[in-house]
Design a protein around this ligand. Structure first.
Ligand SMILES: Cc1ncc(COP(=O)(O)O)c(C=O)c1O
Length: 404
């Protein structure tokens, strides 16, 4: 509770009123709000450091470049990477996965196989779908079951001698389901298959130690972990990144260029072509400091309590159907109310100052699998409270009484 009381003061937007009602922000899965320290860091960068990094010999360049590299070092520590050069800045999770689909994709051959799960965000489906079409390769879908062992058995059955890659989310953005990603990595590695973790919905909710997990790659977005938009990370084991061809080419990613040949820069710059989102990268470093100060274990424990409370309270509503109720959930709860359209509920909740998401959550195949058009999703951040959940429940009851 101490954690949240302090945290709420750090986020200026939480003081806002919407239609005369206090804002109850429950759309953290889409993007989190930003603490004052992150906002200040971006402002200060533009006020007193702005310059293009790694390109000049003057003072501003020097300090901006140092701040950018310091942010990389902070992220390295946050995910416990072995080396800072294994942390590549991208514009977000989508960009990181597209980079991998392009660069890893060069080695994919006809009849090769790539495995993803049925709970993926479109960002971790379409790049692989496109690649498989181009290469005449096969995209195989792992069905995540309530029983972990059953999931792993299904994975063992899917894996063949042609499986080249597994790309899997850690937490379903649509349902909050925590996948057994560590065990999936263990199975994959027993079969010499590299694994990409989509940590977009995990990195802000639980400690993610890449050395302990032994993942080959991990991707995530800054804006979902209290930093600005337009920045994200691709982590890769050094050897993998060394072996991969670059994605985009141009300024900043070269060591030497002539009209006949180019020698690429060493890591991480080989993958950072063109002018980067310097302010956002530095703000991500600030957000990482903020999260580290609070402690990911503390955040994880606190948010687990919130989910448990929300789940119990939602079940007091008649006609409630929660998804993934029997599995571990992180960050989000998804549900429907019998015979009421989710959009109608969201419209009424909005008027009560409650911001949450309805629809397919960029996970249409998952919705097809569940045989539903979409869900109502309440997703939590470290500043949400049980009072926020009480507001939600009260709002839902009001909406139901108006719509029934
Ligand atoms: C699991 C997951 N993967 C990928 C993405 C895409 O992230 P971005 O839009 O920041 O690139 C999201 C965004 O919601 C997500 O939840």
């Amino acid at each position: 509770m101490q954690l949240v009381n302090k945290a709420r003061k750090d986020f200026p937007i939480l003081k806002m009123e919407i239609y005369g009602k206090p804002l109850v922000y429950l759309d953290n899965g889409a993007t989190t709000q930003k603490p004052q320290c992150v906002i200040d860091r971006v402002c200060n960068y533009y006020k007193s450091e702005n310059s293009n990094i790694h390109r000049g010999e003057y003072y501003l360049c020097e300090i901006a470049g140092m701040a950018y590299e310091a942010a990389r070092e902070k992220i390295k520590n946050y995910i416990n990477a072995k080396n800072a050069y294994e942390v590549i800045f991208t514009s977000g999770t989508t960009a990181s996965i597209n980079l991998l689909a392009h660069s890893l994709g060069k080695s994919i051959r006809e009849n090769d196989e790539i495995i993803i799960s049925h709970m993926e965000h479109h960002s971790n489906i379409i790049p692989w779908q496109v690649l498989c079409r181009e290469k005449n390769a096969t995209l195989k879908i792992l069905e995540i079951q309530e029983d972990e062992e059953a999931t792993l058995e299904a994975l063992n059955e899917l894996i063949s001698l042609r499986t080249r890659l597994i790309s899997i989310t850690c937490v379903s953005n649509a349902l909050g389901t925590v996948l057994p990603f560590k065990k999936i990595i263990d199975v994959a590695h027993k079969n010499n298959i590299p694994v990409i973790l989509d940590a977009a919905q995990a990195i802000q909710h639980m400690p993610m130690d890449v050395q302990d997990l032994d993942c080959d790659f991990m991707v995530f977005s800054g804006h979902k972990m209290y930093a600005g938009t337009g920045i994200g990370v691709l982590y890769g084991k050094a050897q993998h990144l060394e072996d991969l061809p670059p994605y985009q080419t141009g300024g900043g990613m070269i060591e030497q260029v002539s009209f006949s040949e180019t020698k690429y820069a060493k890591l991480p710059y080989k993958f950072e072509a063109g002018t980067q989102n310097i302010a956002a990268a530095i703000s991500l470093g600030e957000a990482v400091d903020y999260l580290t100060d609070i402690g990911l274990e503390n955040i994880h424990e606190y948010e687990k309590e919130l989910i448990q409370y929300a789940s119990e309270q939602l079940n007091t509503i008649s006609g409630m159907e929660q998804y993934s109720e029997n599995t571990e959930r992180a960050g989000a709860i998804s549900f429907n109310i019998k015979d009421i359209h989710a959009y109608d509920i969201a419209m009424i909740l909005d008027k009560l100052g409650i911001a949450l998401r309805v629809g397919t959550h960029c996970a249409e195949p998952l919705m097809h699998h569940l045989g539903i058009k979409g869900t109502i999703r309440a997703s939590f951040g470290l500043y949400n409270t049980k009072e926020d959940i009480d507001h939600l429940i009260k709002g839902l009851k009001k909406a139901i009484s108006m719509l029934q």
